[in-house]
Design a protein around this ligand. Structure first.
Ligand code: TPP
Ligand code: MG
Length: 328
């Protein structure tokens, strides 16, 4: 059997997944361009996380499930319903930005319409919030599942342990994700944690912990499907450690060639999930090289149009600075 077929997804769904993965990559490249020419202030990039994120998000029901992302989760937010224009409005700090009406930093994704809860720049504070959202589902007997994500460095924050402990005690309907890209800014994993796998922490709190290869679409989708099904059917939380690659510097404000070895940097392209997924799609007969190119060209046009449309939108006015910041 073809490996992708084992996901149980249809050919159309797999091709749609590829479109979203490539959209995430091309849109992020646009955000870097806008940052470098001074049109936006900042970018922090999910390049190398896209395959894992799209496979993860597709295992949920975005029309009712809640997502509390972290700053690299743009591709997952695209699956959850945000559009390229929404992302660009946030990056450009426009009044119509659904994440914060231009009040937050770029890459702090949120959308009330799509059940995406915006997060703080203080890393991992979304974990206890997500536990609260999941506890709400249990108290209200509502049928939604809550997904939250952070990085492997930020997963060592105290509140992450508190959130997972409470979720284990109450058997909450939720899935915790640690996107492990091997670095917390310039700090490698050897200096971050002493346990063998971050996923080992799930059993410490009384629920399963699974490590998955985030460059393997089918493996990732199936692991998240099982975790989401377990959460929805009252079996409690799961921790998934998603092994991914950080292809770029930490953010637009640093240069990883200063702290990564030459060998590490030289090997990055071979660990790029996008290239590996394209190879698999061709080998397993889903798409030809020409079809991949045609999708790319469509997406580039879509992003150009979204950029023009977002740039034309109004900036927030100075007299409205406190609107959207405090509740009435
Ligand atoms: C509480 C807190 N400490 C430090 C920072 C600065 N900071 C922002 S991102 C980051 C590294 C996070 O690394 P990791 O969790 O591995 O996520 P990645 O960026 O690799 O996806 C740090 C230290 C912060 N925002 N909040
Ligand atoms: Mg990291």
């Amino acid at each position: 059997m073809k490996k992708l077929e084992a996901s149980g997804l249809t050919t159309e769904e797999i091709i749609q997944a590829y479109r979203t993965i490539l959209l995430g990559r091309r849109l992020d490249e646009r955000l870097w361009q806008l940052t470098r020419i001074g049109k936006t202030s900042f970018n922090i990039s999910g390049q190398g996380h896209e395959v894992g994120q799209v496979a993860m998000a597709m295992a949920f029901q975005p029309e009712k499930d809640y997502f509390l992302p972290y700053y690299r989760d743009m591709s997952a937010c695209l699956v959850w319903g945000m559009t390229p224009k929404d992302i660009l409005l946030g990056s450009l700090g426009k009044e119509d930005d659904p994440s914060s009406h231009g009040r937050q930093m770029p890459n702090h994704y949120g959308s009330k319409e799509h059940n995406i809860v915006s997060h703080s720049s203080t890393v991992s504070t979304q974990f206890p919030l997500a536990t609260g959202v999941a506890y709400g589902a249990q108290l209200k007997k509502a049928d939604y599942v809550t997904l939250t994500a952070t990085g492997e460095g930020a997963a060592n924050q105290g509140e992450v342990q508190e959130a997972m402990n409470f979720a284990g005690v109450k058997k909450l309907p939720m899935v915790f994700v640690i996107e492990n890209n091997g670095y917390a800014i310039s700090v490698g994993v050897d200096e971050q944690y002493a346990n063998e796998k971050m996923s080992d922490r799930g059993p410490a709190y009384g629920f399963p912990g699974i490590q998955v290869n985030g460059n393997d679409f089918a493996e990732t989708y199936l692991a998240f499907k099982k975790a989401a099904d377990n959460a929805r059917s009252g079996k409690g939380p799961t921790l998934i450690e998603l092994m991914v690659t950080r292809l770029t510097s930490h953010s637009a404000d640093d240069d990883h060639s200063i702290y990564r070895t030459k060998e590490d940097l030289a090997g990055l392209r071979e660990k790029d999930g996008l290239t590996l997924f394209e190879k698999q799609l061709i080998e397993e007969g889903y798409l030809s090289q020409e079809e991949l190119k045609a999708i790319d060209s469509d997406l580039r046009k879509e992003i150009d149009q979204a950029t023009e449309a977002a740039e034309r939108m109004p900036d927030p006015t100075a007299d409205s600075i406190l609107d959207q910041v405090y509740a009435d």
